[in-house]
Design a protein around this ligand. Structure first.
Ligand code: FAD
Ligand code: EPU
Length: 338
């Protein structure tokens, strides 16, 4: 157990924001994680579990222990006629798992290509993109109880997945460390190409025979065209969730703003793209010092280099206030504030 002190977290989150961790440790096995959690010297110390840091905003120094997940390993845990069950350690880079599944000829993760971050964080907010969420391919996960060190297996149902939601953001917040996730991937193709620009991009790329690899490449191309690469421009993807509003409220808005997009999700609820609301409120491409709203995707707040957590937070609050004033819709953050 190699505990470091006063470590800069700038390289550990994709927003690239300067903040110091009082203590920092990387864990690469179940045993080392248990050892850190059971260490009496840190019993009363606040702990932050970090994967790739692509969905957090550091608003101040962290006066506790950052535990960075580095448990790796991808293996086939079971197989039947239709499915292969692939188990990956929490510290596996998400996109590496996607690429490995494609190499194995398995279908299910292709639409989720190039999402930054780690496997261990993927169930936290039930990551999703282009018509697929991990709940569609999730089998189970293994997690360590932060208090007792015991290993618990969570089934699909127990995770209570929803749009960018799971039980780990609510009832079980800060209680478990996810150490491995098992996905149920299809041996036969089940393609999902109805969302947004996928078909258009496949056509433009001259794809005549559909494959998981072709879909993955199309998704990568779309993502690269809109979303900033954190290596070049600090960001955490969508800063807010797309709000879901009652159909009646949507109809009333539509009479005032005829172009407002909306998609029926659960009966009686309409999901409105927050990016549209933010763009129409005049924020797209806005810059204030070292922070701003991305010019190609208004749902993404960016750090031009020297931006601070409080500056990003203040900008997010201004965006929220103006969307609330113009549309009567309260945006809620997708990013986790630390
Ligand atoms: P972190 O940021 O390290 O952590 C996120 C949260 O999970 C924190 O609260 C942390 O404490 C907790 N956590 C992390 N690991 C564990 C663990 N092992 N056990 C318990 N708790 C843990 N998300 C999408 O859903 N769809 C997208 O299309 C998408 N696109 C993105 C594009 C860009 C350019 C960026 C920067 C982000 C994007 N995101 C997207 C958000 C982000 O990639 C996901 O939320 C991802 O799952 C975060 O993984 P991470 O390892 O970086 O998590
Ligand atoms: N739009 C605008 N202006 C913008 C951005 C978007 O008008 O600047 C409108 C357009 O109408 C567009 C619609 O919003 O058709 C949807 O935009 P896009 O396809 O880019 O997706 P999104 O709703 O902004 C969501 C996820 C992304 C995910 C994509 C693709 C959320 C909060 N975000 O974004 O996830 O990659 O769909 O499925 O649900 C993330 O969670 O970090 C993330 C990037």
């Amino acid at each position: 157990m190699h505990i470091q002190e006063y470590i800069s977290l700038k390289p550990y989150t994709t927003f690239g924001i300067e903040a110091t961790a009082r203590y920092f440790v990387e864990v690469d096995s179940l045993e080392s994680l248990r050892q850190v959690l059971a260490e009496p010297a840190f019993a009363a110390t606040e702990k932050l579990i970090l994967g790739g840091g692509s969905n957090v905003l550091l608003t101040k120094d962290f006066d506790g222990l950052v535990i960075r997940m580095a448990i790796t390993g991808i293996s086939v845990s079971a197989e039947d006629e239709l499915y292969t069950y692939v188990r990956a350690g929490a510290g596996v880079v998400w996109h590496e798992l996607v690429l490995e599944s494609l190499e194995k000829g398995l279908s299910g993760l292709e639409n989720l290509s190039l999402i930054p971050g780690s496997v261990g964080a993927s169930p936290m907010q039930n990551i999703g993109a282009y018509g697929v969420e991990i709940k569609d391919v999730f089998h189970s996960l293994e997690a360590i109880d932060r208090q007792t060190g015991e290993l618990r297996i969570f089934s699909h149902q127990e995770c209570q997945f929803g749009y960018r939601e799971s039980v780990f953001k609510h009832e079980l917040k800060n209680q478990f460390v996810i150490v491995a996730v098992t996905f149920k991937l299809s041996k036969t193709p089940h393609y999902q190409i109805s969302y947004g620009d996928i078909q258009k991009t496949l056509e433009a790329r001259g794809v005549t025979e559909l494959s998981s690899k072709a879909i993955s490449e199309a998704v990568i191309e779309i993502r690269r065209s809109k979303l900033p690469d954190p290596a070049e421009l600090g960001n955490a993807g969508s800063f807010f969730k797309n709000p879901e509003i009652p159909a009646g409220q949507y109809e009333a808005l539509k009479s005032r703003f005829p172009n407002i997009p909306g998609y029926l999700t659960t009966p009686g609820q309409i999901k409105v793209p927050a990016g549209w609301l933010i763009e129409q409120a005049g924020w797209k491409g806005y810059r204030e010092g070292s922070v701003g709203v991305h010019a190609k995707q208004a749902l993404v707040l960016v750090n031009y280099g020297q931006g601070t957590g409080p500056e990003i937070k203040a900008l997010s609050e201004k965006v929220q206030a103006s969307v609330l004033e113009k549309y009567g819709i309260q945006l809620s953050a997708e990013v986790n504030f630390i």
